[in-house]
Design a protein around this ligand. Structure first.
Ligand code: NAD
Length: 430
């Protein structure tokens, strides 16, 4: 098929490269001319394992065509995917500006004949159907189209793997003609396909993210209680998770949920629920608890370590999680900056995210490796679940440090062994 993907971020570029590698001809439409030229040379502006190799192969085969011009891509396409950003407004509501602009330009450029337009950007239920009228106003009369919403479920750090092996494909589409085309397009992904109403598909995406975020809020709340009443959250999760209905996967305490999706989608869902008249809804409470989480952790750290002013603090982990360079809404980075603002000298390292962190803050000093971070540090804080931090030589780390305070936000380390090495160890909920 001939396909356009509008938006070349984590979702758009991975989808475009994945579809091109399956033999489709794919234009990837982006706004930024410089990044588009770089992409033509196989250069990607973010880190995602395996993506650059895939992109280079697709470019060499002439199947992936980066462009900034809608008029070169859209009129040739059987299917147009939209994968632009839908960040939060200050109110928490989803900001649909990028989507509206992209949809307008798609409408102006639709060819005579039939096109399927598919939204993949996460939006409040009801948004995708509104796209119909925007395109309807812009398109020429000979252009015919149907609309669908296919939510994206990829995880940053696993985007390529998740694109080729999704757990499911949700087709929110109500036109038989479009459903057939989209089923054909998705069959190579070898995943169960569920066809739903457009609004149901929009709900599925918001609900899936809200539920995963809820598991993290739940673990954080439970961890707080364990700290007060001598429980060990890791034992609790293990025991509760032995119930097959629950499982031990994907609930862990720490700094709360972060990243480019959960915070904005939970806040967006909460606003949507309020607009529907569901006041005091669960999503609003989750959003509030999660926003308070970093401040709460900082308070605990100050109670256990003392004031940060004038101290040297080493921080390991700045991204929102392991395996990504994405620092959007990273609670680790927020905590690092808050500690620096309290007058500490903060030395930091992250295997992938230092470049992006540098763009956001000048308050941290970035170090080559974790051992440099630990040098003469009064406290060492491990804030993300990077494997590198789990497998360090802690005997050496202890020697490098001036103090012995070790905070392990994600409970990566064996507590007893760390205590035996001489650390004053503080985990989360244990
Ligand atoms: P992103 O910010 O990395 O990429 C969006 C891209 O769209 C940017 O490069 C931006 O320049 C471009 N863009 C904006 N307006 C444009 C326009 N008019 N024409 C062409 N390009 C335009 O965002 P992302 O992480 O890829 O997410 C995209 C959407 O997918 C969001 O709605 C997000 O919630 C959703 N999503 C993201 C993930 C994830 O893990 N990142 C997972 C599932 C769903």
């Amino acid at each position: 098929m001939k396909i356009s993907v509008v938006g070349a971020g984590y979702v758009g570029l991975t989808l475009a490269a994945g579809l091109a590698s399956l033999g489709h001809k794919v234009w990837v439409v982006r706004k930024d001319k410089e990044k588009s030229e770089a992409l033509k040379q196989g250069k990607i502006h973010f880190f995602e394992p395996g993506l650059e190799e895939l992109v280079k192969k697709d470019l060499a085969a002439g199947r992936l065509l980066p462009t900034t011009e809608y008029c070169k891509a859209i009129p040739q396409s059987d299917v147009v995917f939209i994968a632009v950003g839908t960040p939060s407004l200050p109110t928490g509501e989803a900001d649909l500006t990028q989507l509206d602009l992209a949809v307008g330009q798609i409408g102006e450029n639709l060819r005579s004949g039939y096109t399927v337009v598919v939204n993949k950007s996460t939006v409040p239920p009801g948004t995708t159907r509104k796209i119909v009228s925007i395109i309807g106003e812009k398109k020429k009369s000979s252009a015919d189209f149907d609309i669908g919403f296919c939510p994206e479920f990829l995880r940053e750090g696993h985007a390529v793997e998740d694109t080729f092996h999704p757990d499911r494909v949700i087709l929110g589409c109500e036109s038989e003609k479009a459903i057939k085309i989209l089923k054909d397009l998705h069959k190579s992904f070898n995943a169960p396909i569920l066809n739903t109403r457009i609004e149901s598909a929009e709900f599925i995406k918001y609900a899936a993210n809200a539920y995963l975020a809820l598991r993290i809020v739940f673990a954080d709340q439970l961890a707080d209680l364990c700290e007060r009443a001598s429980g060990d959250i890791e034992e609790v999760i293990k025991g509760v998770g032995m119930d097959k209905r629950i499982g031990t996967h994907y609930w862990y305490p720490g700094l709360g949920y972060g990243g480019s999706c959960f915070p904005k989608d939970v806040a967006g869902f909460a606003c949507f629920a309020n607009q529907q008249g569901c006041r005091g809804n669960l999503f609003e409470k989750m959003d509030k608890l999660n926003k308070e989480r970093v401040k709460k952790v900082l308070k605990t750290l100050e109670a256990e370590f003392g004031r940060f002013k004038g101290k040297k603090v080493g921080i390991l982990g700045l991204a929102c999680k392991k395996g990504t360079d994405d620092v959007r809404n990273s609670n680790a980075l927020k905590l690092a900056v808050m500690i620096a603002q309290r007058g500490a000298k903060v030395m930091a390292n992250d295997p992938l995210a230092m470049g992006n962190a540098r763009l956001i803050t000048s308050k941290l000093m970035f170090c080559r490796d974790p051992y440099e971070v630990a040098q003469r540090a009064d406290a060492l804080l491990i804030l993300t679940d990077c494997l590198e931090f789990e497998t360090m030589d802690y005997k050496r780390i202890k020697k490098e440090m001036a103090g012995n305070f070790l905070f392990d936000a994600r409970n990566l380390l064996p507590k007893e062994q760390m205590i035996a090495l001489g650390f004053k160890y503080l985990g989360t909920g244990r």
